[in-house]
Design a protein around this ligand. Structure first.
Ligand code: PMV
Length: 346
């Protein structure tokens, strides 16, 4: 008998960055992210347990994609003590991303959270558990997604998520993300994220290498300390609509710190590009001149995420089209916004 599951799961963008890990994908500092909407992965998996010919077939948009196999194999072997059917099953995985894979946007958060959802759902089917997923179920999925890619554990909650132990946040853990929507003012529930694609090239340095670099980074301890403080400050100011200036300065400082860490390790590297800096300059000028609260954050790459309240959407989008698209590869940018979390498709 074969089992089928299909889920849509979104990407997320960290405001307080996870950079540095220990053990099996456990974070050195807590992180906080917005859950996105337009940027997501749709995944379908078909599992035949107890087959005489266990195999793994990995497809992307219906076509074989062997380059995805190593990451999926290592994820499946990490979770096989929880899902005892894995070693004896035939598993076919097919996925597509809504954002072009060449867009330089990390797809591991959306793909690995989708995979965690599908595998957990299949396990529920095999064991005839058919209750409605509760809080514990989502926490469990988040912990499983973490094993695929740390940041993926934050993708399974609507609006925003916190991953990592914070003494003052009950239920927070290094092992899984928790939902944050209830703690944020409604302003942040409809926040916009326009992603300016500065380069579509593949990253030259993997995030694993970046995390590894933190193990002997001269600034590691002070970074973890600042990240903890920024997380508390951000949580505090996102509680109301009135501290948007503080929100913006923490977001931008976090983004630049991430890249400053890359530039100041033993084997330094630079992922931002001249156009990244041109955009940052334009953002600061525009904000000063217009008073519109638009700020930036960066992922581990040259692309710029512009964050702003929905009320300013049309003016910001026309400013982007007129003034910033010139810094984007082929003028390409993606209009995204805060999203409602994963959806079961089948
Ligand atoms: O989940 P990973 O191992 O790809 O690391 C993600 C690292 C950053 O995207 C740079 C920051 C973050 O918190 O998402």
């Amino acid at each position: 008998m074969a089992y089928l599951s299909s889920w849509r799961s979104p990407s997320n963008i960290a405001l307080v960055k996870y950079w540095g890990k220990y053990g099996v994908q456990l974070p050195r500092n807590p992180s906080l992210s917005f859950t996105l909407s337009a940027c997501h992965t749709d995944m379908k998996i078909i599992v035949t347990p107890e087959t005489s010919k266990p195999e793994l077939i990995v497809l992307y948009d219906g076509k074989e994609r062997p380059s995805f196999e190593p990451k999926i194999k290592s994820f499946l072997s990490l979770v096989q003590d929880r899902f005892s059917w894995i070693p004896h099953a035939s598993v076919v995985i097919d996925s597509t991303n809504t954002f072009p894979s060449s867009a330089g946007i990390a797809s591991s958060a959306s793909a690995m959270s989708a995979l965690a959802l599908c595998v957990t759902d299949i396990d529920d089917q095999i064991n005839a558990r058919n209750g409605v997923p509760d809080e514990q179920w989502w926490r469990n999925v988040s912990g499983i997604a973490r094993l695929g890619s740390g940041s993926a554990c934050r993708s399974v909650f609507p609006v925003a998520s916190l991953w990592g132990e914070v003494a003052t946040v009950a239920g927070s853990s290094n092992f899984f993300g928790i939902p944050l929507a209830d703690r944020l003012s409604s302003l942040y529930h409809s926040y916009q994220d326009t992603i300016l694609i500065v380069s579509t090239e593949e990253k030259k340095i993997s995030s694993s290498a970046g995390h590894e670099m933190m193990n002997k980074h001269a600034y590691a301890e002070s970074r973890y300390d600042v990240a903890n403080k920024n997380l508390l400050r951000l949580l505090d100011c996102m509680h109301s609509d009135n501290e948007i200036d503080l929100f913006m300065s923490i977001c931008e400082s976090e983004a630049l710190q991430l890249h400053a860490l890359m530039m100041s390790g033993d084997e330094p590297f630079i992922l931002i590009q001249p156009n990244t800096l041109s955009i940052i300059r334009e953002v600061w000028n525009f904000r000063k001149e217009s008073g519109i609260p638009v700020c930036f954050t960066l992922d581990a790459g040259p692309n710029v995420h512009l964050l702003y309240p929905a009320a300013h959407k049309s003016i910001v989008l026309s400013w982007i089209e007129n003034n910033l698209s010139v810094f984007c590869a082929d003028g390409f940018y993606i209009s995204d916004e805060i999203g409602g979390g994963p959806e079961k498709l089948l």
